[in-house]
Design a protein around this ligand. Structure first.
Ligand code: SF4
Length: 339
């Protein structure tokens, strides 16, 4: 499922970097629609009349830019800082938090100044040592679909392989992992896959690979010696959720063959804000996501806006159930969090 953009927009300055220049020649020679913008933050040449049309066109648009801010955002609960290697992704998951976060700019962005970004990461590591600093490479994107164009993940994995006090992690739903298998990771990168029940994937995770392909990629990564992780998110507590998620664990464990020594789980239950609900309904007017505020509990968030989460009792049931599944099907695995 390689990402083939319908159009590629270059920030002028990106051509000053070897990767930007290389990509410009590559897309021009392929006959892809190539144009320029003054900044990767202000791209207006994407067609579409409605919000929904604009969204789908943006997801077919690759913007090649220079990441100027090298101040990194924090990234709880999975890491200390975000490592911004890309923004957005060609997937079209209905619940994606980027739908709200990126607002009118959901186009796929890559950055050509990878060495500058990694050099900034080195600064953060130096500041905190001897504490180990962990960076999340998928906070604002799924970085795997654009990897064939950038090589940024491979470079980051190699960089962190050489860092005594730095660790890297990223999560993906995509499966183009072959170029990462031989990178000297030194066990410093945790390679995580986002998985869900086939029903959730089919209904809500458009333009992403099916479960079987994600699991096959996960086993390749584990065989290459990477610490492995599974992110189960969003956990959707629909009718029959217990059996469906048990099947998911059963399927995953069946492919394991006892080969994984270092495995973590992260669990995130489905939640939404009022603003996210509005955006989802605009982009996916016939969504079947459960966005009924009445059936949820309201929880005040960090920045003054609240979110709708599963009621306390259901949440606690689910927590016990999922932690039980992890222990039953993957003894020795570690649950990092359940939120
Ligand atoms: Fe969002 Fe991840 Fe889906 Fe991409 S794959 S749309 S980043 S949830």
């Amino acid at each position: 499922m390689a990402f083939k953009p319908a159009r590629v927009i270059f920030e002028q300055d990106a051509l000053k970097y070897p990767l930007g220049e290389k990509l410009y020649r590559f897309f021009r020679d392929k006959g892809t629609d190539v144009s320029f913008a003054a900044s990767h933050n202000r791209v207006s040449a994407i067609p579409g009349r409605t919000r929904s049309e604009k969204y789908f066109e943006a997801k077919r648009t690759l913007v090649v830019g220079v990441r100027r801010t090298t101040a990194f955002e924090t990234c709880k609960p999975s890491a200390h800082f975000q490592l911004p290697l890309a923004t957005s992704c060609p997937g079209k998951c209905e619940y994606c938090y980027l739908l709200t976060n990126l607002g009118k700019k959901p186009y796929v962005r890559i950055y050509v100044n990878i060495e500058e970004i990694l050099s900034a990461a080195r600064g953060y590591i130096e500041d905190r040592k001897p504490q180990v600093t962990v960076f999340e490479g998928a906070a604002t994107s799924d970085p795997v679909p654009v990897e064939p164009y950038t090589g940024a993940l491979a470079r980051a994995v190699e960089f962190f392989g050489g860092q005594e006090y730095g660790r890297f992690r990223f999560v993906t739903k995509f499966t183009e992992v072959d170029t990462l298998l031989d990178v000297p990771h030194n066990g410093h990168t945790r390679f995580r896959f986002s998985i869900n029940t086939p029903e959730v994937i089919r209904r809500f995770e458009h333009a992403t690979p099916p479960l079987a392909e994600r699991l096959a990629a996960a086993w390749k990564v584990a065989a290459a010696g990477y610490p492995l992780g599974f992110l189960v998110a969003p956990i959707i507590l629909y009718d029959g959720w217990r059996d469906s998620y048990r099947d998911l664990f059963k399927t995953a464990a069946a492919g394991l063959n006892g080969k994984v020594y270092d495995l973590t789980f992260e669990f995130i239950t489905h939640r939404f804000t009022k603003r996210a609900k509005g955006t989802i309904l605009e982009v996916f007017p016939s969504t079947r996501l459960d966005l009924d505020e009445e059936a949820r509990a309201f929880k005040f968030g960090q920045f003054g806006y609240g979110k709708y989460v599963y009621p306390k009792e259901l949440f606690s049931d689910a927590k016990i159930y999922f932690e039980g599944l992890a222990g039953e099907y993957f003894p020795g695995s570690k649950v990092e969090y359940f939120v």
